[in-house]
Design a protein around this ligand. Structure first.
Ligand SMILES: [Zn+2]
Ligand SMILES: [Zn+2]
Ligand SMILES: [Zn+2]
Length: 252
């Protein structure tokens, strides 16, 4: 009742939630759901909106779903921030629900909560989302590198092969690396193979199989078994971009 009704705070709220998600995606793999309840159209500047969409594009990769409930006492259905809300909701596989009658509020919320079942199946989606170059740096910065295991720690075994000496290369120089968060150890070969199959959509970034924290290996260690021409993750992304450009030229 004391909240000012002239100004919308929904962007501020979203920025707060997004920074929370960015903080926790480092540690946990999960689906995020945001339900915005708004009764005041927002009218912040274009710059603000652009920053917001930019964040949304990063956060939605770790499935984040935004649903919006617009509450309005009058039977209005058009608001000056409709476009913005529409983009937010459709970009994150959510929806907008208009409510003019108080008694519709609870059923709408209940419906949204039930929807969660459908939503959570998206977690196992196999079609990888293509990650943009700028987002690539964002995640690369978030992920921690593996550290070499201390040399005097004898008897340590690799999480994957359960051996001290790497069975892939049988090279004593393939010293164990470890995840600083949980202490799990891996051979370079073993973790490279794992990363090729279980990366987050960026070739050299993956989650620790034990503690789920975001980790990375040297991007040049990744050589795709399917394409010999691709030598590094950096080149992989450039190749993708060139292909896209070529496609759009042919299309025009
Ligand atoms: Zn191993
Ligand atoms: Zn090896
Ligand atoms: Zn770990």
């Amino acid at each position: 009742k004391t909240r000012p009704k002239k100004q919308s705070f929904f962007e501020n709220g979203l920025f707060y939630i997004f920074s929370y998600i960015a903080e926790t995606i480092k540690k946990k793999s999960k689906c995020n759901r945001i339900i915005i309840i708004t009764d005041t159209p927002s009218d912040l500047s274009e710059d603000y909106t652009e920053a917001l969409f930019n964040l949304v594009s990063k956060i939605k990769t770790f499935p984040t779903f935004i649903d919006i409930i617009r509450v309005s006492e009058k039977n209005e259905r058009f608001f000056k921030d409709d476009v913005k809300l529409n983009i937010l909701a459709s970009d994150t596989k959510g929806g907008i629900f208009y409510i003019s009658d108080k008694k519709d509020f609870i059923p709408t919320i209940k419906k949204l909560v039930k929807n969660k079942q459908i939503v959570s199946t998206c977690e196992n989606q196999n079609d990888r989302i293509k990650i943009k170059k700028e987002d690539y740096y964002f995640y690369s910065h978030l992920a921690k590198s593996l550290k070499p295991a201390p040399p005097n720690d004898v008897g340590l075994k690799c999480h994957f092969c359960q051996e001290e000496i790497c069975p892939c290369c049988a090279d004593v120089n393939d010293k164990l690396l470890f995840c600083e968060e949980c202490g799990t150890t891996f051979h370079k070969c073993c973790i490279t193979n794992y990363t090729i199959q279980h990366n987050i959509g960026i070739p050299h970034i993956f989650r620790c199989p034990k503690c789920q924290i975001l980790l990375k290996i040297n991007q040049d260690d990744i050589v795709s078994p399917y394409d010999e021409k691709i030598e590094s993750a950096e080149k992989y992304i450039e190749t993708e971009e060139i292909q896209l450009k070529e496609e759009s030229i042919t299309a025009s």
